[in-house]
Design a protein around this ligand. Structure first.
Ligand code: F6R
Length: 611
């Protein structure tokens, strides 16, 4: 959620910190702040709103700050206390000049606050972070590492922190439990961030802290310890994507860039993983021993939001092709409802970021219960990727837009490969496998054909700009597409949108249909189309305008709707991807025409690291 950047080294800190904050702004953007060391101690500047507001605040009169070579910065997504300047980070503690930024939630903040108030500490904000700052101060006796370590042992909850003390200039303390911290190792400097995109401009060497690690950084010296004060060795890993990959590259928004990157992203996802000769997919991270395979009872897929919608496609494909019982479950529900899961279950956790708190908790729950657990993750080195220890990376490249696009289509591609792999190890023939390989390999070019209709889709979007509510309907493989289409539209355009199974509409939601409520219907040619066209007729009979996603050349479907976007002919399990891309573009253009802040929708953050 929020973003952290910190710097210590020989160069001015402020440009590095502000640049890092801009890179991280997609993680939270309700307020931002910076703290840098100077001759007169630590100076803090904070502001409500975007990072640009903070930049404006650091005017010419701040020349003294500009020579500082050590500092911390934060962009916030509010949890405790509204997005005001006073609640923005960094927060200062007590009299020892402790200043810190924090991602996560300190769950026992109320009890700690009461104790600290009893000791005379005065709180200015409503945040849980200020509690941590005062707590560190109350424990400070000349050694910042010791004070932070002791404080962290007293807190319950999650944190990624960066901390300074004006008693120890040039020393930066960082620590994590449940909220990522990456240390960028430069030639003579160190840049810390909550996300590698903020350090890639400076170095590709990254150390990913594990939970309960605490690092004391002085210039380029990095001393990592456990909370029990035992030295910990963490080797730097190479970040394998370029700085350009995290830039807009001439597109108006990251979302549009990422929509257009999909053919390449999917090619990267598939690269080296298809075996056309044997008609199967090579996913070594999902290799089971013959015994595990023979014993496999069920595939459980867990995830949140868009990742969960992709999981639903996986559920259908796994049962359809591999004949393996499959279920998709919302990760938070899985964690809290005491699920029946055991050693004969393979649990696949799907997460673009690899940091989503509920998905991570579901992974831990499944591991505790003895299940085989694998991750389907985009961000290399993320917590879910590391904790599962096995799985498949998406290789879709950095996804900056808050609304997920290329991660979804890469996730679906991997899930189709997974279904193929399991199907081939069970009952699918080599010929059928080869056909499936050809179908999966056609996905990037099918997406290109939809992207070529961008202008046409932008024109259609004009007809749907004024609506305040919309329904998306589909059946079978097109049902998850309806859910994902509705999610995209609501999150970036603020139009209330619901995804429903086409048959379910009659069980209640149809009461809401009228001329001002359009229906977007997935009418792709294949099993279930006739029934969906029947549902389309029911919607039009209630005066709803219907926009159909139809198969190219399908005159019947085109005649049945008011407007249509056609996608290339292909089997329905494959049509999921081009159809979703058409809906991504539709949502994008509607949001653009409505003047919405597409890359940073209100109230949202890219990576949901709190429950
Ligand atoms: C919607 C969106 C979210 C995420 C969800 C899970 O566009 O991006 O619904 O899919 O927060 O995030 P990850 O995949 O990072 O676990």
């Amino acid at each position: 959620m929020c973003g952290i950047v910190a710097y210590t080294g020989p160069n001015p800190a402020i440009p590095v910190l502000l640049n890092g904050l801009k890179r991280l702004e997609y993680r939270g953007y309700d307020s931002a702040g910076i703290a840098v060391e100077g001759a007169d101690g630590i100076s803090i500047r904070k502001s409500e709103g975007k990072v640009s507001e903070l930049v404006g605040l650091l005017g010419e009169d701040e020349a003294s700050l500009k020579s500082s070579t050590c500092g911390i910065a934060h962009t916030r997504w509010a949890t405790h206390g509204p997005p005001t300047t006073v609640n923005a980070h960094p927060h200062a503690g007590g009299k020892n000049g402790i200043v810190l930024v924090h991602n996560g939630i300190i769950e026992n903040h109320r009890a700690l606050r009461t104790t600290l108030e009893g000791k005379g500490y005065v709180f200015v904000s409503e945040t849980d972070t200020e509690v941590l700052a005062h707590l560190v101060d109350s424990l400070y006796a000349g050694d910042l590492l010791e004070a932070v370590t002791t404080a962290l042992k007293e807190v319950h909850g999650t944190y990624g922190i960066a901390c300074l003390s004006d008693q120890e200039p040039g020393v930066l303390l960082v620590a994590r439990r449940g909220s990522p911290i990456v240390i960028g190792v430069g030639a003579d400097e160190t840049i810390v961030a909550s996300d590698a995109s903020a350090i890639i401009k400076h170095t590709r060497q990254a150390i990913y802290l594990d939970d309960n690690d605490i690092a004391k950084i002085t210039g380029k010296e990095i001393d990592i310890r456990s909370l029990n004060n035992m030295p910990v060795s963490r080797k730097p890993a190479e970040i394998d994507w370029s700085a350009d990959a995290a830039e807009k590259g001439g597109y108006e928004h990251y979302m549009l860039k990422e929509i257009f990157e999909q053919p390449e992203a999917i090619r990267n996802t598939l690269r080296g993983r298809m075996d056309p000769e044997r008609g199967t997919a090579l996913l070594s991270g999902l290799d089971l021993t013959p015994r595990e395979l023979a014993d496999l009872y069920r595939l459980l897929i867990v995830g949140c939001g868009t990742s969960m919608n992709a999981g639903l496609v996986g559920e259908y494909a796994m049962e359809d092709f591999a004949g393996v019982l499959a279920e998709v479950e919302q990760a938070a529900e899985f964690r809290y409802r005491n699920p029946i899961v055991g050693s004969r279950d393979l649990v696949i956790a799907i997460s673009q970021s690899g940091e989503t708190a509920d998905t991570l908790a579901a992974v831990r729950e499944a591991m505790d219960k003895g299940a085989l657990v694998a991750g389907l993750v985009n961000v290399v080195g993320s917590t879910i990727a590391r904790e599962t220890g096995r799985g498949v990376y998406l290789h879709a490249g950095p996804e900056i837009s808050v609304a997920s696009t290329k991660a979804f289509t890469s996730q679906v591609s991997v899930l189709l490969m997974t279904a193929l792999k399991f199907a081939r190890s069970r009952r699918m023939s080599v010929e059928q496998g080869r056909q499936f390989v050809r179908e999966i390999e056609s996905i990037p070019s099918l997406v290109e054909q939809v992207l070529a209709k961008n202008d046409e889709i932008a024109k259609i979007a004009e007809k749907y700009v004024e609506q305040t509510s919309a329904f998306f309907i589909g059946r079978g493989y097109m049902y998850p597409v309806a859910l994902e289409g509705a999610l995209k539209l609501k999150e970036i355009s603020y139009i209330h949108a619901e995804g429903y199974h086409a048959a379910e509409l009659k069980h209640g939601p149809i009461a809401l249909l009228e001329a001002s409520v359009p229906v977007i219907a997935l009418c792709n040619d294949g099993p279930g189309k006739d029934k969906t066209l029947g549902n389309v007729a029911e919607c039009r009979a209630r005066d709803s305008r219907v926009l159909g996603i139809v198969t190219e050349g399908d005159e019947e479907a085109m005649a049945a709707v008011d407007d249509y976007i056609s996608v290339p002919a292909c089997p329905l399990h494959i049509a999921v991807v081009p159809s979703t891309v058409a809906l991504q573009l539709l949502s994008y253009h509607i949001a653009r025409l409505r003047g919405c802040p597409i890359d940073q929708p209100r109230n949202l953050a890219k990576s949901v690291t709190v429950e």
